[in-house]
Design a protein around this ligand. Sequence first.
Ligand SMILES: Nc1ncnc2c1ncn2[C@@H]1O[C@H](COP(=O)(O)OP(=O)(O)OP(=O)(O)O)[C@@H](O)[C@H]1O
Ligand SMILES: O=C(O)[C@H](O)COP(=O)(O)O
Length: 396
Amino acid sequence: MTSFRTLDDADVKGKRVLVRVDLNVPMEDGKVTDLTRLERIVPTLTDIADRGGKVVILAHFGRPKGVDPSQSLKAVVPALADVLKRPVAFAADCIGEVAAQAVDAIRPGEILVLENTRFHKGEEKNEPDFVKALAANGDLFVADAFSAAHRAHASTEGLGRVMPAYAGRTMQAELDALTRALEKPERPVVAVVGGAKVSTKLDLLGNLSKKVDFLVIGGGMANTFLAAEGKAVGKSLCEHDLVDTARAIVAEAAKNGCRIVLPVDVVCAKEFKANASHRVCGIDEVAPEEMILDIGPKSVEHVVSILGRAKTLVWNGPFGAFELEPFDNGTVSVAEAAAELTRAGHLVSVAGGGDTVAALNQAGAADRFTYVSTAGGAFLEWLEGKPLPGVDVLRT
Ligand SMILES: Nc1ncnc2c1ncn2[C@@H]1O[C@H](COP(=O)(O)OP(=O)(O)OP(=O)(O)O)[C@@H](O)[C@H]1O
Ligand SMILES: O=C(O)[C@H](O)COP(=O)(O)O
């Protein structure tokens, strides 16, 4: 069995601990608008600090091409200090003299953020010299950015190869949850895959159909599967060029003993806007001028009954255009049912993906899920069954 060294195995006292976290948080007018990623890293940072380590934070922000003051991590430092309820120092570079002096200047138990690693091209190229320059400021490496672990960058993967490396608390929680959900799940396992387009989730559907017992397809992508069954989907978002691909996914799933679950009724409107005039209809009754914008009540009931018999749920992507009321209804109703089944101890539920997390928050259901991942791309790549370099480098 693969295992990971964790913070419990690390002797951090008096050491300079390079901690890779994800500070890629949403900002508006220089203020952080969602603190979730900052809150998640508190246990790791306080644990190292309280055990007498010097906490030296490495992170990226945005996708700058070289040094770009508008993408400086300095703007995130006040919010991080607020969340930690401790002072946080900042250094204007992540390597060289500036970084070395800042690391020298903090005492054991104190916390320092180094400037955006992506200001140096060696970060994304994972250049050995840049890895070396980062490593010069630390004695050990703690990886706590699962959400950046799909990147083989210097600060996510390179450092793990050149110094003693440990999984931080968030990384550990994420890996535990993901293992419970797909690697060693209690069966039956249900995957809900919604969202806009099949084309963005082909690998994911292929991988999940090998691993889960029920693959519930929702959102715009369900329309392509419905079209593949010969249903008329009117003006709905639908990738007609992918109907053969959809048929191949269904056939492959059947071979693997995985049941594909599609909507049996839908909510249709003629306009893509909030509170557009709408109606519920059977899946064979969509008119040429209509768009499917949500699943209907019978579909909700069907999905909820499947969840009622399941032990594990993995969820990525909403059932409908959840940003527009009342087309959030399907997503909200299924989310509420999943949250209650989880709270009652009947279900292990793991969800991820930017829009998915927004939809679960909107439904007031996120807090009752077993685990909600803050990762976007990394969560998707994990669902696709791809190796995550920032995780693999931690394996013992
Ligand atoms: N029937 C539909 N018609 C049109 N758009 C839809 C429909 N159902 C869902 N969507 C849209 O799909 C989008 C979400 O899909 P997406 O694949 O991005 O989800 P996600 O994987 O959770 O998010 P992310 O890509 O941010 O991680 C939403 O904007 C939603 O409005
Ligand atoms: O926000 C994210 O999903 C991570 O921080 C990764 O960011 P990236 O897609 O720019 O590598």
